[in-house]
Design a protein around this ligand. Sequence first.
Ligand code: SPV
Ligand code: MG
Length: 316
Amino acid sequence: MSLNTDLSSSTSLRALLDSPNLEFLMEAHSGLSAKIVEEAGFQGIWASGLSISAELGLRDCNEASWTQALEIVEYMCDATTLPILFDGDSGYGDFNNVRRLVRKLEQRGVAGVCIEDKVFPKRNSFLDCHQKLSDAIEFTGKIRAAKDTQSSADFCVIARLEGFIAGASLAEVQRRAHLYANAGADALLVHSKQSKPDEILAFTSEWDQPTPLIIVPTTYSNTPNQVFEDAGISIAIWANHTLRSSIKAMQDTCRQVFEDRTVANLGDKIVPIKEVFRLQCVDELSEAEKQYLPQPEHTNIGCAGVSRRAHQKFIP
Ligand code: SPV
Ligand code: MG
């Protein structure tokens, strides 16, 4: 589906959720990566908790505070017009923390938040450790609190089911899914860490409600998209691949430069400096300077040592 940039970010995210086709969100974790995701053609961004914390040099277990994550997503909002779905972990506390989170995300132009039914502090779902689910009824309070707090009609509150991650049965995951949908969740994210999509497909074959479904096919990434489409999945999230590719690129570069004791051999393994400037929109600043700074022919400020002739070269 093609993106209508006139829409607010939350309306754009909702359009992806409501699209009859399988849509994708790509992970970003900084202003720069958000821009790169947009330029690649994606129509929405997953502001991954794993990637944001990794980028900060931290573990994905709420070591970064929610305001630190918020600050990162603010840079992301500034860098892209794409709708951003913010990974709100387990909501950073109780319903009251969720209310404040939703207010602050909306103020920054974030399109939606995803909260998962685990206790605080959460642990990344792929860690080999005990995963503790939150009380399901308490979690419905967080969803209701988020929905009651949002000021724009289209802000999306996604409830993430961690039951399969924590070893719960299909019946328990379905029970929770119905509770969360009835509490007003705009979509459900069903997570699984199996190498095949069996848990996801078992869930979708029983899901009989209109609430859209989102998946994160990281461990079962070999599954063809057609399988997800046939299962009625709305959105698949590529949750950490921008971060992982950047880690590989940085590791390769640093190793090579260390071994070679020169940067001369990097060639096109790195982008030219001009590409950095382009991504920073340096041209826009040059244009703005022409509009807002006194131009050399109108002032003698800053002309010391430079001939008028040399200055005139820069006058449009
Ligand atoms: C994230 O990207 O932070 C996620 C997805 O929550 S996962 O790492 O699969 O739990
Ligand atoms: Mg996360």
